[in-house]
Design a protein around this ligand. Structure first.
Ligand SMILES: [Zn+2]
Length: 65
């Protein structure tokens, strides 16, 4: 059973953050990191769906080399 310990600051969905639970890895680490200016310390984590959306958004803005 998975207990949620985080609330997505964007959509309000409760989800489980392994990192917050003291584990060394979390599913969010498998996604590309967002630029530091896209992340504020007080905003907390995003749920899987919103984080994916945000990273997709970011990546689509990058020039394709
Ligand atoms: Zn969300």
């Amino acid at each position: 059973m998975t207990t949620s310990n985080q609330t997505c600051f964007k959509c309000g969905l409760d989800f489980y953050c392994q990192s917050l639970a003291g584990e060394t890895t979390c599913w969010c680490m498998a996604l590309p990191a967002l630029p530091k200016d896209q992340v504020s310390p007080d905003q907390g984590c995003l749920c899987q769906k919103c984080l994916k959306e945000q990273t997709d958004n970011q990546l689509s803005k990058l020039p394709i080399l």
